[in-house]
Design a protein around this ligand. Structure first.
Ligand code: PRP
Length: 216
């Protein structure tokens, strides 16, 4: 009996790049999967089942073994800090995490920073020796400095369009971000053959592939 790999796929902007990468790697995901609203998609001909998850939840599904493997941005991986193996840098969804402010920003006594990534942001400012209050938001982070909720934000920059259109400036880029292939610790042992075979296929089509050390 062939085993089925349960794959947590991130819904939204990473999905398209991830499914294209799979296709380039010789895993022919049917085109209609890209447009479906179904959340669990059996792909028996590929020996897989896709679980369409909110990106921030992918590490949770993988940590608990509800999915064997998953695709997730390094930003989410760092923020969520789940007990999973990081197998492969897929080199897709490339962007950066930056500190962003209004152009006339001045350091004040009590600084507030809004972000979707409170753990990563807090650690960064701690390392910089800067005392800031971190405020967690869930989206449209650029709004915060525009309406006085925070002095600065820590957020993702891809094309820079959101910053430009809202008159904000990037002060410093703190992390380069790409999507990663992660695995459940038990699945990695129990389904090692099929996980390794997928890794090998993906590795061949990633231009600047970096096989990372497993995350402990
Ligand atoms: C992300 C990010 C920025 C924007 C950056 O938001 O938080 O707002 O994309 O992309 P750009 O540099 O190409 O403009 P997303 O669209 O994922 O939605 P969100 O605001 O709800 O987080």
């Amino acid at each position: 009996m062939t085993e089925t790999l349960k794959v947590a796929m991130p819904k939204g902007r990473i999905y398209k790049q991830a499914s294209e990468l799979f296709r380039r790697a010789g895993v022919p995901i049917p085109q209609d999967v890209d447009d479906t609203r179904k959340l669990v998609i059996p792909l028996p001909e590929l020996g897989m089942e896709f679980i369409m998850a909110k990106p921030v939840d992918v590490p949770t599904y993988v940590e608990y073994g509800a999915a064997d493997i998953g695709i997730v941005g390094k930003d989410v991986l760092l923020e969520e800090n789940k007990d999973v193996y990081e197998l492969l840098d897929l080199g897709i969804a490339r962007c950066r995490m930056s500190v962003i402010a209004l152009p006339d920003w001045q350091p004040g006594i009590r600084q507030r920073v809004a972000t979707k990534y409170p753990n990563v942001a807090s650690q960064y400012f701690r390392e910089q020796g800067q005392q800031v209050e971190v405020i967690k938001l869930n989206g449209s982070i650029e709004l915060a400095p525009l309406i006085g909720l925070a002095d600065r934000i820590v957020d993702m920059v891809e094309t820079g369009q959101t910053l430009r259109e809202n008159g904000l400036v990037e002060q410093i880029s703190i992390l380069d971000i790409t999507s990663r292939l992660i695995a459940n610790r038990v699945s990695y042992r129990m389904k090692n053959g099929s996980i390794q075979a997928l890794c090998d296929r993906l590795h061949q089509v990633i231009p600047t592939a970096v096989t990372n050390e497993l995350v402990e």
